[in-house]
Every structure is written in structure tokens, then in C-alpha cells.
Design a binder for this molecule. Structure first.
Ligand code: ATP
Ligand code: MG
Length: 560
């Protein structure tokens, strides 16, 4: 695979370029319009990269606009988190944060304009009647008995709705379009409904709230959006979008373009389902490192560059598809291979006493911080008589082609000497608790005389190391498509991987790792990429999260 993501041509890029070249627009204006009802996920990252990316590329602007037309489900927590995510990804929105609710007055006035033009009416049918009368794909809908009210009557009723004279559900405002339209979205869609709730931005100013389609089209027009980019499920709504901006006297005439949403294997891309994972305690929080949220990926050690690169690699098309999660893992591995300093950390420590190494002697070994990039410099790693190696790097009875340590065998300590194991010490339960070894003092930086040592293992000094908590993450789901429609009634909750989190205590890390900041990423040699936890790592606790392993071990497991 190509290491550097180049900007591939895609249809939205073409459309924008053509529009600018033909002079249809003098500048591009896009927007990212999240509903603040949850944290953003990797699917939203695709939309963010596209909307902000196109604006950046064509020297335009991108607004961040909260679609806050559903006040019951929205929270300030989400509004803050979404801004953090966009900023963290490296994008800058144009001017102030916007809210659809900023335009409630203008949207209300547009509704009045439609009524005046005979294009909207107040309907007293209840939700069930409206649903029944909407018809089906094969049958046209039935006109509401209230459809032919006069303009004067509709204006008065809408004013009463706005004043709170009706209860919730008693009536709604509908567009008067075409009850026989083959597109059900045009069968007199609802424009306004009554909700007697306090809104996080507008308080109790309003008790009627516009529907998404109406509010969205008008917000775009008010902000002068040129290219309103959304996901494919809105394709059938485009005629309604167009109807709204054509029939209301708006400042501008935006156009909607649809692209395929991102679906990612072993992950969910639905805020509602992710919220369920949080609310029911299947994960610890929205930013749990197992979550496919932007905040979760960040805490896991993903970098903005890797996520942006991923979004370029997957491209923008009009065909729905499933992206394999290994592609996301590829992008972070690729980034960190270049950009993460190397360190040693022993995850499952086994004490090794080097019996012929002088007691009390400390040698300062110099190890490069990056094997391929000298600009990372080097560091000093102390060598002492007692060290730790990983339990997995020792076998009493080695399997074939074993390149690590075994009884009587030799191995090289990374950046240090060749050691040989002479004796295995066990506890009463027959567990190996210590190895007695010797070292060849003539092997620092050179091969031993007359014999070949194959393996190199990582290690830390037992006297100069720090105890670390290391959280090992695996995929959150055991199924590639956890929320696929199924016959057996199982849901994504039935496929949560019980081994998605393993917490290792008392790992032995190089001393320097104690003093690193939160959110620093390292390669632990021979183990993978790890980052200090944003929340839990501090001066008194060294806490690492596994970002990703060195190789795509999952794919190999599946082949077995
Ligand atoms: P969810 O179902 O997760 O709540 P949504 O589409 O309802 O998603 P919004 O907050 O309305 O969430 O989305 C903001 C923008 O992000 C929209 O333009 C939407 O089309 C886009 N978006 C949402 N999910 C994806 C996805 N999986 N891939 C690409 N874009 C997405
Ligand atoms: Mg939504």
C-alpha cells in the first residue's frame, strides 16, 4: 500500500473545482452539521475531513454548526466534546460556532412566508393518522382534511402554535407539496412541531421547533453554504431540500451532494448505539480507548495525522461499502513507525540475575531512540546485575526455531550483552520465578567469538525501572459486523469481546517513561505502540494504553 496518502480525485472535489472554474461560485463554503446528541465517531471524521478539507484545499471556509432542533436529546457535554474533536483533528471553523437555533426566528419567518404563499398549513391530524394517510411506495397518500384551510386561518393557527396555545401533538405545520409524489418525503412533510421543553441555547423562547429537513436547508441558505455535503441516506430528501430553498426568499441557493457513509468492520458508527454501550456500562466512557469515537481513538494513541490520512485513503464515493478496521490500524502503525521514539518495557516481568556481573556495577549503555531516524537521538539505559526480561522470552523446552532464551541457550539483550541461562528457579507450584544467567563481557556491540547468537530480547534494569500499568486493548466486538440484521435475534451486545481489555499491573518500564507527559506515544520494542493515558497518567502513576501492535496479528489469527 502507498505509504503517503495523496489526495485522490473524487467526485466532490471535481464538482467544487468545476463550480469555481465556471464561476458558479467565487468561493467555496461548506459546513459540518453534527447533532449534539453524542460524541463523534470515525464516520464523522470522514465527514469532517471532507467538509473542512475541501474548504481548506480551495481556500474557502467551513462552518461548525450544531443541528440543535431536537432539544430533548442534546447536551452541553456533547457540544463541548464535538468542538474538542474538530480542533484536535486540526481543523479550524470559520468565525464563531453556529447553531441551527441561531436561525429559529428566520426559520419561523420562512414558515410564515410559505403559509402566505399557500405552501404550508396547520394540520390537526394526530401522528397515527398522518402516518396512515401518507400512503406507501405503491399507493399515493390521502390529503388531510385540513389541507385547504385559508391562508388567514393558517397564519392565525400557526401564531397560536407559536404562542403555546396548543398542547404537544395537537397540531403541526406541514408543507403543501404533493400527496401523490412518488417521493414520500414530498408528501406534505412536517415543517414544525410543538415541544414544550427548555432548549439549551434558546431557553423557553420557543415551544415550536422546526424539523431537521426544513431547518437544515434554511440554515445552509442563511450561511451562504455553496456545497452542502451529506451522507447518502439524504439523497431522497434532496428534492425537499431544493423545494425549501426555492420557495423561501433566501440569501443564497445552496446545493446538496451526497457521499457514502463510512462503515468500519468490528466497530459501530451510530451515536445511538455507542451511547447504549456507555449508558449500559459495556465500556467505561465515551472516550474509552476501545470506542470508535474520535475521543476514544485519541485516548488510544491515534494521531490526528493518522486519522486524516485514513480518511484520504478510504476516498469519497457514492457506493456504500465496508472498510476493514485493519486499514485504520495500518495508518496509525505507519505514522507511529516514523514518529514514535523507541523504549523498552517488560509487560510480563521475569527476574534475571546475572551472576558473573559485578554487584553494584552500573553501566550506562547508549541506545538509539529510533532505528531509522537519527534525529530522535539516543538515551542512556543502565545495565545492572539484576534485570527483567519478559516471561514469554524464556522457554525451558524451546519450540523449533526458538530465537529467544532457553536453559543453556544464549540471547542478546537489546543494546547490551549476550547472556546465557544456567539455572531456572521455581516456586512450590512449579512456576518459574527467576533465572540465573551469566554474561559474556566481550559482546557489547560485537558478536561473540566462534558462535552465533540469533535472538535479541528487550529488558530493563531491576534497579532502575518504573512500575507501570499497561492496558492491553483488543477489538471491542468478536464479529466483523456486530450490528448486521440477523435472523437469530442477536444484537451487537451479544458480540462484545470479553477480552477487549486486559490490565497488566507492575510492568517494568525504562525509568525515563515515568517522567513523560500524558498523550506521549512510544514504540515498546518488540511489543507495539503505547501511549500514556490522557486522564490517568501522572507524576505518581505510569499508565499506558496499547495503541496498536507491531503487526497485523489479528489477520494472521483469522487465517489459522
Ligand atoms: P449518528 O447516526 O451516528 O448519530 P448522524 O448522521 O445522525 O450519525 P449527525 O450528527 O447528524 O450524525 O452527523 C453530522 C454529519 O456527519 C452529517 O453530515 C452526517 O452525514 C455525517 N456522518 C454521520 N455518520 C457518518 C458516517 N458513518 N460516515 C460519514 N459521514 C457521517
Ligand atoms: Mg442524526
Amino acid at each position: 500500500m502507498n505509504q503517503e496518502a495523496k489526495a485522490p480525485a473524487h467526485f466532490i472535489r471535481h464538482i467544487i473545482r468545476d463550480d469555481l472554474e465556471a464561476g458558479r461560485h467565487s468561493a467555496v463554503m461548506t459546513r459540518f452539521p453534527p447533532e449534539p446528541n453524542g460524541f463523534l465517531h470515525i464516520g464523522h471524521a470522514k465527514s469532517i475531513c471532507l467538509n473542512f478539507g475541501m474548504a481548506e484545499e480551495f481556500a474557502g471556509q467551513c462552518n461548525l454548526r450544531f443541528d440543535d432542533t431536537n432539544p430533548e436529546k442534546e447536551e452541553q457535554l456533547y457540544i463541548d466534546a464535538i468542538q474538542d474533536d474538530v480542533r484536535w483533528l486540526g481543523f479550524k471553523w470559520h468565525g464563531d460556532i453556529r447553531y441551527a437555533s441561531n436561525y429559529f426566528q428566520a426559520i419561523h419567518d420562512a414558515a410564515v412566508e410559505l403559509i402566505q404563499k399557500g405552501l404550508a398549513y396547520v394540520d390537526h391530524q394526530d401522528a397515527e393518522q398522518i402516518r396512515l394517510n401518507r400512503g406507501t411506495l405503491k399507493e399515493p397518500g390521502k390529503a388531510s382534511p385540513y389541507r385547504d384551510r385559508t391562508v388567514t386561518e393558517n397564519l392565525a393557527l400557526f401564531a397560536q402554535m407559536r404562542n403555546g396555545d396548543f398542547a404537544e401533538g395537537e397540531c403541526i405545520l406541514r408543507a403543501k407539496i404533493d400527496m401523490a409524489s412518488p417521493n414520500i418525503n414530498l408528501r406534505d412533510p412536517i415543517l414544525y412541531r410543538i415541544r414544550k421543553v427548555t432548549h439549551h441555547q434558546t431557553g423557553n423562547t420557543w415551544c415550536i421547533y422546526p424539523m431537521y429537513d426544513f431547518a437544515h436547508a434554511l440554515s445552509d441558505a442563511i450561511e451562504g453554504i455553496t456545497h452542502s455535503i451529506c451522507t447518502l441516506e439524504f439523497e431522497d430528501h434532496r428534492p425537499l431540500y431544493d423545494w425549501c430553498v426555492e420557495n423561501v426568499s433566501c440569501a443564497s441557493r445552496p446545493h446538496q451532494y451526497e457521499f457514502a457513509r463510512l462503515n468500519l468492520s468490528y466497530a459501530l458508527t451510530s451515536k445511538r448505539k455507542l451511547k447504549q454501550l456507555v449508558d449500559e456500562g459495556h465500556v467505561n466512557s465515551w472516550d474509552d480507548p476501545r470506542m470508535p469515537t474520535i475521543a476514544g481513538l485519541r485516548r488510544r494513541g491515534y494521531t490526528p495525522a493518522a486519522i486524516r490520512n485514513f480518511c484520504e485513503l478510504i476516498g469519497v464515493t457514492k457506493a456504500d461499502s465496508l472498510v476493514d478496521i485493519s486499514m485504520l490500524e495500518f495508518t496509525i502503525r505507519d505514522d507511529l513507525d516514523k514518529n514514535a521514539a523507541r523504549r523498552m518495557c517488560v509487560l510480563h516481568p521475569l527476574k534475571v540475575v546475572i551472576e558473573n556481573y559485578p554487584d553494584g556495577q552500573i553501566e550506562k549503555l547508549n541506545l538509539p531512540n529510533h532505528p531509522k531516524d537519527e534525529s530522535f537521538g539516543s538515551r542512556t539505559v543502565p545495565m545492572t546485575r539484576e534485570i527483567y526480561i519478559d516471561q514469554e522470552d524464556f522457554a525451558e523446552i524451546p519450540p523449533k526455531k526458538w530465537k529467544r532464551l532457553n536453559t543453556g541457550g544464549e540471547v542478546r539483550l537489546r543494546g547490551g550483552y549476550v547472556i546465557q541461562c544456567n539455572q531456572v528457579i521455581k516456586d512450590a507450584q512449579d512456576n518459574i520465578i527467576e533465572l540465573r544467567c551469566s554474561y559474556d563481557a566481550d559482546t557489547l556491540g560485537k558478536n561473540p567469538e566462534g558462535r552465533k547468537v540469533n535472538g535479541v530480547i528487550h529488558w530493563v534494569s531491576a534497579d532502575y525501572c518504573v512500575d507501570a500499568e499497561v492496558r492491553i486493548y483488543d477489538r471491542l466486538f468478536t464479529e466483523a459486523l456486530p450490528d448486521a440484521n440477523r435472523d437469530d435475534g442477536k444484537t451487537f451486545l451479544d458480540f462484545i469481546n470479553p477480552a477487549s481489555l486486559t490490565v497488566l499491573q507492575n510492568c517494568k518500564a525504562e525509568m525515563s517513561l515515568r517522567d513523560c507527559e500524558a498523550e506521549e506515544v512510544f514504540q515498546f520494542e518488540r511489543e507495539g505502540y503505547f501511549c500514556t493515558d490522557r486522564h490517568d497518567h501522572n507524576e505518581t502513576a505510569t499508565v499506558f494504553n496499547l495503541t496498536v501492535g507491531l503487526r497485523d496479528s489479528w489477520a494472521k489469527e483469522q487465517e489459522k
